[in-house]
Design a protein around this ligand. Structure first.
Ligand SMILES: C[S@@+](CC[C@H](N)C(=O)[O-])C[C@H]1O[C@@H](n2cnc3c(N)ncnc32)[C@H](O)[C@@H]1O
Length: 212
């Protein structure tokens, strides 16, 4: 996977540490572009990956921590049968309000306590800026939780803030190391591709594709 042609302002993904997610979504009212990570359009790494795929069989997608729903809607527009979830009820409420005709099954759910019925149930699992949003102490559990819904032959696509294995983690978002991502192997997922992008301001973003 190459450098996305438009990083949609990834430098704006904030070092945000004080408010909880649902409070933050609720605090902006209808000014959704005030949600710091919201672009209100699909993520370019997802678009680039999708553009390179054949429309073959295997079209069930799970969007993890879907936020305001733009990535889930893009997958549905391309023919995927999509389930999308977030811990924030406010965010899921906005998905339903923004896309009233949507075919996406939007749910409030916790990545760390997913329904058992979702295990190995999806041909594509997409996560964007979620790993870095959950406390570092839970990282191993987050990796396992992201891998669990990937079906045999299915794909996990990860896009996250990146850091060197020995770099200090600092405050939320807690960037993801190559070693963190390597632990998908222990969950039965093989790395298919990996990209390390550096933005103009020097922030690193990783994109990884993993297959069961
Ligand atoms: C940085 S935002 C990214 C949202 C979306 N992926 C995007 O890029 O627009 C992190 C998201 O993770 C959600 N989240 C945090 N903890 C979660 C959990 N345990 N399970 C599911 N979603 C969670 C938050 O509500 C928030 O929507």
């Amino acid at each position: 996977m190459g450098q996305p042609t438009d990083n949609f302002g990834e430098d704006a993904v904030p070092d945000w540490s004080t408010q909880e997610f649902d409070e933050l979504y609720a605090s902006v009212g209808a000014d959704l572009d005030q949600v710091p990570w919201a672009r209100l359009r699909p993520n370019p790494t997802l678009l680039e990956w999708l553009d390179a795929q054949d429309a073959g069989p295997g079209r069930r997608a799970l969007v993890v921590a879907c936020g305001l729903g733009d990535d889930a809607e893009e997958l549905a527009r391309r023919g995927y049968e999509v389930t999308a979830f977030d811990l924030s009820e406010t965010a899921i409420g906005w998905c339903r309000k923004r896309f009233p005709e949507s075919t996406v099954d939007y749910r409030v759910a916790d990545l760390l306590a997913l329904p058992a019925a979702w295990a190995r149930g999806y041909d594509l699992v997409f996560e964007l800026y979620t790993i870095q949003s959950l406390p570092l102490a839970a990282r191993r559990d987050v990796v396992a939780a992201l891998a669990a819904p990937v079906a045999a032959g299915g794909t996990l696509l990860v896009r996250c803030s990146g850091r060197g294995d020995d770099e200090p983690v600092g405050s939320r978002p807690w960037p993801v190391s190559r070693a963190d991502l390597a632990s998908f192997a222990g969950e039965g997922l093989a790395e298919v591709s990996f990209t390390d992008d550096v933005t103009e301001s020097g922030r690193r973003f990783f994109a990884g594709v993993y297959r069961r």
